[in-house]
Design a protein around this ligand. Structure first.
Ligand SMILES: [Zn+2]
Length: 188
């Protein structure tokens, strides 16, 4: 914890050293994109995209899961999506999954329950191929859920919003994107 405290204290100095502007985005935000990803500590959107303050409007959930839209009970996730789409009028939303995601691993092993999720089990190496495919499928499932949010439907209809499915490989640092024409994830 102390490392984080120390780094937060000297952030203004580090920002200045890296020529990061803090004043410009202070009054309002016009993010380049919304970035939806897993809360996993190994996924760092700002590092992956070299984003600076003001660049990314983020939504992070366990597994990057986007709940189905429910008009009866709006969730924090749906409010966040609506704000980005309707108020900030972002032009792009990136849904980014990642390798070695515990949520995907647990689902693959039928341990996913509403109450909680077991950690990754032992001896998963033989399932690497399946895990990758499951991880890719998981991202597309979230993209599908996102596509059904009313505010997103509206913006997709007039082609003012573009959705992107990404998959970040923790072990290599590479990021793939889903290419519909190829029906697969290919390097960016
Ligand atoms: Zn994850």
């Amino acid at each position: 914890m102390q490392y984080l405290i120390d780094q937060a204290r000297v952030f203004p100095a580090r920002a200045a050293a890296h020529d990061v502007s803090l004043g410009a985005p202070a009054q309002s935000q016009q993010p380049r994109a919304m970035f939806i990803s897993c809360s996993d500590a190994r996924v760092v959107p700002a590092l992956i995209t070299a984003a600076r303050p003001g660049d990314l409007f983020e939504l992070r959930t366990y597994g990057g899961v986007i709940p189905p839209y429910d008009p009866e009970g709006p969730t924090g996730e749906s409010r966040t999506i609506e704000y980005a789409v309707d108020e900030l009028v972002v032009s792009d939303i990136i849904v980014c999954g990642h390798s070695y995601c515990e949520v995907v691993t647990a689902a693959l092993h039928d341990h996913l329950t509403a109450a909680g999720i077991d950690g990754p089990g032992e001896g998963l190496t033989p399932l690497t191929g399946d895990l990758t495919a499951a991880g890719h499928w998981h991202v597309l499932a979230q993209l599908d859920a996102l596509s059904n949010h009313p505010s997103v439907v509206h913006r997709l209809a007039d082609r003012s919003l573009h959705l992107h499915a990404w998959f970040h490989e923790i072990e290599t640092g590479a990021t793939l994107q889903y290419v519909p024409r190829a029906s697969s994830f290919l390097p960016l």
